[in-house]
Design a protein around this ligand. Structure first.
Ligand code: NAD
Ligand code: 89V
Length: 343
């Protein structure tokens, strides 16, 4: 018996993970799906045995009246779809990037607040089990007060094959991937009060930046470097692993390649394998991300049932989006130019 009936909008590249995630949560069923593209709608419907299929989101939501709606479209459509859900008082999950602009994002939060509708952004990277393990180690107090952090994602994986739109936008890596890394930095070290960034485009076949290096001042006193690249050819391709370094007053913590966590404290180092599980429907190397999809969706169900605000609520995500905007604004300014006479 399912006590929560969901509906999905957007049957593209990533939504299949969300459909698998929902299928694994007891008491939840996806009652209907929607996509403007009939071929994608049919493929998803056939794969998951969903009979109720729609080409128009409003028609679906009005007819099905689901308990929640999961928006898995790309950012340009998010505001209209979230506002539609709010107008019909349907709790809503929206994929990242939440919105193309902070103004849109604020309007979406306001619309859901005014309607009394729960809103979660599908910001799933902090839900990866290796990242959760880092959070637990940090919060155990073993390394004391953190004063430095690094959140690093460097790869040359061909993300453009599955997501061609990533090569087409004026903005790329900060908006698509850096947003996850910035959210992890917030999750581990708290909110930030200042940011400096530099961006580069290394791959000439894409429009936006594929390398970003950001420096954050966190309100609790730590400094962090958040760096990401899709132009980094390594001896071992680590996609989609996020590597983490945190130095604290009493020790340090490293999440190294292949999910090896080392916590140094009191003169000892504890090593732990914090590899994510390979869920039955998942496939390497995406299994790390796929597991976090299932985890964030479970979190949504728990929060919805308990009437609690989810961790990555729309309101919370405004702070991550503000960092994205600050990074582009800082990169556009180019930093302080040194006096050539001083060189
Ligand atoms: P996609 O282009 O493959 O799929 C989007 C689908 O939405 C398309 O089939 C399109 O026809 C449909 N669509 C768009 N607007 C619609 C509307 N108004 N009504 C009905 N259908 C509509 O995109 P994707 O690669 O699946 O990415 C979707 C979102 O997921 C993006 O925001 C992307 O950033 C995000 N994403 C998140 C993660 C993650 O780990 N959280 C990973 C990959 C992608
Ligand atoms: O997770 C994401 O948002 C994806 C990718 C890992 C390719 O950046 O778009």
């Amino acid at each position: 018996m399912s006590d929560l009936r969901g509906a999905l909008i957007g049957c593209g590249f990533f939504a299949v993970n969300q459909m698998h995630g929902w299928a694994g949560i007891e008491g939840v069923a996806i009652a209907a799906i929607c996509d403007r593209d009939p071929a994608r709608l049919a493929a998803m419907g056939d794969s998951f045995g969903i009979e109720r299929r729609y080409g128009d989101a409003e028609t679906m939501l009005r007819e099905v009246r689901p308990d929640f709606v999961d928006i898995a479209t790309t950012a340009p459509s998010h505001r209209a779809l979230v506002e539609l859900a709010a107008s019909l008082r349907i709790p809503v999950i929206c994929q990242k990037p939440f919105a193309p602009t902070l103004d849109d994002a604020r309007a979406m939060v306001e619309a859901c607040d005014a309607a009394g509708v729960p809103l979660m952004v599908h910001e799933n990277f902090r839900w990866q089990s290796p990242i959760q393990a880092v959070g637990r180690a940090l919060r155990s107090g073993a390394i004391g007060r953190p004063f430095f952090g690094r959140v690093s994602f460097r790869s040359a994986y061909d993300v453009y094959a599955g997501q061609p739109y990533l090569a087409e936008g004026e903005r790329f890596i900060i908006e698509d991937l850096g947003i996850h890394a910035l959210d992890i930095a917030r999750f581990l070290l708290g909110d930030a009060s200042a940011m400096t960034a530099r961006i580069q485009r290394v791959n000439p076949r894409i429009r936006g930046e594929d390398v970003a290096t950001m420096l954050l001042a966190h309100k609790d006193g730590a400094t962090s470097v958040v760096d990401c690249s899709y132009a980094t050819r390594l001896e071992e391709e680590l996609f989609p692993q996020t590597l983490i370094e945190i130095d604290g007053t009493e020790g340090s913590l490293r999440l190294g390649a292949n999910y090896r966590l080392a916590v140094t404290s009191g003169g000892d180092t504890r090593h732990e394998d914090v590899s994510p599980p390979l869920l039955p429907w998942a496939s390497r190397p995406w299994h790390n991300i796929q597991e976090s999809v299932a985890a964030i969706q479970r979190h949504w169900v728990e929060a919805l049932r308990a009437g609690r605000e989810p961790e990555t609520s729309g309101r919370d995500n405004l702070k991550t989006l503000a960092l994205v905007e600050a990074a582009y604004a800082s990169a556009a300014k180019g930093g302080l130019t040194l006096d050539p006479d001083a060189q």
